[in-house]
Ligand binder design. Structure first.
Ligand code: 5RP
Length: 259
């Protein structure tokens, strides 16, 4: 019997199913966040136990550290150039498999890595599925120079967009601004509902000082949703399919206790 919490069980189950898509010799993008961390552990287990030979491109220093710890060979994106597959978490996904990402502050590397992949698989628990994106604050990576002016410009731009809320807040880490792996800040936009995510993404990226936004449009191919009872659903946007399965999770916490 597993002592994992229901939410960790759901994340583990999604991760376990998703790493089945990884094949010998693949170059794999490794996402960031608590769900992605389960995926890195599950992938490490396949490397150690099956001798799976893969190269992993991490999307943050946190993920790079964990990947090395579990035995995955870590290479840079410039070394790998192009990836077979990226597996990452998300803060929200809609029925078109468009995403909000960046809750963990790694959206820039995550978007570069996912875009440089033949396939992106998102792993999630059921709470991440939404009818319309925007309930989760949309992260924007902005350069520190003049960030307050940039934020004011962003808010002014939002007043002409189809969104319910229009305010942004600078993400903090204790008393200081949060700093991304690229040395930038994050402004979180409280939009509540985004009617046209594609248009919003294009418009936000036109603003000087905005490096990238957390909307992932037409990037994700599959979402693997894990449930606390071991049920797993795989939604494939290209095939238009929804497959269901079951993942054994009783051993989950023992498997990783020694890492
Ligand atoms: C990090 C991300 C994460 O994938 C997203 O925040 C989901 O994280 P978690 O799996 O911990 O809920 O985009 O920048």
């Amino acid at each position: 019997m597993s002592n994992l919490s229901p939410i960790d069980t759901a994340k583990f189950v999604a991760a376990k199913r998703a790493v089945e898509f990884v094949e010998d010799g693949m170059r794999v993008g490794l996402g960031t966040g608590s769900t992605a961390a389960w995926m890195v552990r599950c992938l490490g287990e396949r490397v150690r136990e099956e001798g799976l030979r893969i190269s992993g491109v991490p999307t943050s220093t946190r993920t790079a550290e964990l990947a090395r710890q579990v035995g995955i060979k870590v290479v840079s994106l410039d070394e790998a150039r192009w990836l077979d597959l990226t597996i990452d978490g998300a803060d929200e996904f809609d029925e078109d498999l468009n995403l909000i990402k960046g809750g963990g502050g790694a959206l820039l590397q995550e978007k570069i890595v996912a875009t440089a992949s033949d396939m992106m698989i998102v792993i999630a628990d059921p709470s991440k599925k939404v009818d319309a994106l925007g309930g989760f604050p949309l992260p924007l990576e902005v350069i520190p120079f003049g960030w307050q002016t940039t934020k004011a410009l962003i808010e002014e731009t939002l007043s002409s967009m189809e969104v319910l809320g229009q305010t942004g807040t600078l993400r903090m880490n204790g008393d200081a601004p949060f700093i991304t792996d690229e040395g930038n800040h994050i402004v979180d936009l409280h939009l509540q509902r985004i009617s046209n995510p594609r248009q919003l993404s294009l418009v936000l990226n036109q603003i000087p000082g905005v490096v990238e936004n957390g909307l992932f449009i037409d990037i994700c191919d599959k979402v693997v949703i894990g449930h606390q009872d071991g049920k797993v659903e795989v939604m494939d946007i290209n095939e238009g399919t929804l497959e269901e399965g079951l993942v054994e999770f009783a051993e989950a916490e023992n498997l990783f206790a020694d890492i």
